[in-house]
Design a protein around this ligand. Sequence first.
Ligand SMILES: C[S@@+](CC[C@H](N)C(=O)[O-])C[C@H]1O[C@@H](n2cnc3c(N)ncnc32)[C@H](O)[C@@H]1O
Length: 305
Amino acid sequence: MSDLIGLRALYAQTAHLYEQAVVPAFGPLANDLARWVLRCAAAHRRATLHDPFDALDEALPVNELHTELGTLTALDLGTGTGLLARALSPALGRVIGLDVSPDMLRVAQRAAPGNVRLLAADLHHLPFRRGAAQLIVSSFGLNASTPKKAFRAIARVLRPGQGVLAFQEWAAEDDVRATIDRTLQAYAPPDIPGLDEALRNFLDAPSPWNEQLQFSEDFYQMLKETGFDLVWAREAHFVTVHLPSIDALLNYRFAWPMRRFTLEAMAPQARAAFLSDVRARLAAFANADGSVDWAPSLFRVFATM
Ligand SMILES: C[S@@+](CC[C@H](N)C(=O)[O-])C[C@H]1O[C@@H](n2cnc3c(N)ncnc32)[C@H](O)[C@@H]1O
């Protein structure tokens, strides 16, 4: 069972920085996912979807899909500040962004277009009747869940014969992240006061998602077991995110409280030494103009009910 108190504590400490520090990194990933989901969903409705990873009609602007998808309601699980919900909203009738963190939803509310509704709920217990949903999506919103329980809850509310689940999640850890975390460990003080008990317990707890879903085949098998019909899952570097500087990359990584509190707990001299060291190490990943192209390894999954 996922730790909802810990999750809320984590995102209470992240929400105020999310749009400014995380969205520059996650925005291009969510936008690309939205385009892919909409094209696949339209092809699925036309019964012309043979493989969602085949080249689809890339030229078709997302707005034009509104003619085909304008009556659809999508449910965005772990919507956070509503990034994916916003990207999908021009093409769909309505998007419901669901999240367990009231702090993230408060930020989402500020930027929500008129056809985006927000709902505070746990994705393991979706508050919808059986078969109510046609399209369920998620961008990095499922990885704190207990996967079998989450997929069962999703399968229950998807409409048989028409329902689609499409999402992306993290695959292998990238070298940039490993470099930052290894360097941070070398400078971390023994006491990190910002990390309270709820957060510490959450961070120390095992992750059933990461343990049970390590390869594309694991997604395929678990989705089949939980009642899905056609399932495609692929691991790839689907998107390259262009960040203007190494500091933009650090801002994104340090928006997460475990790293931010570790940095804040360092004495000023140690902090300056850490920052200089990590910037020097990350220079290996930067372009000549100091910008960084970040292409994380992702899983993308498209499954029908
Ligand atoms: C990494 S953020 C991703 C947010 C957004 N989808 C994006 O791409 O920016 C993960 C979000 O999933 C939410 N979440 C995690 N587990 C959840 C659960 N069991 N029920 C509802 N929301 C959950 C978190 O509160 C958080 O806002």
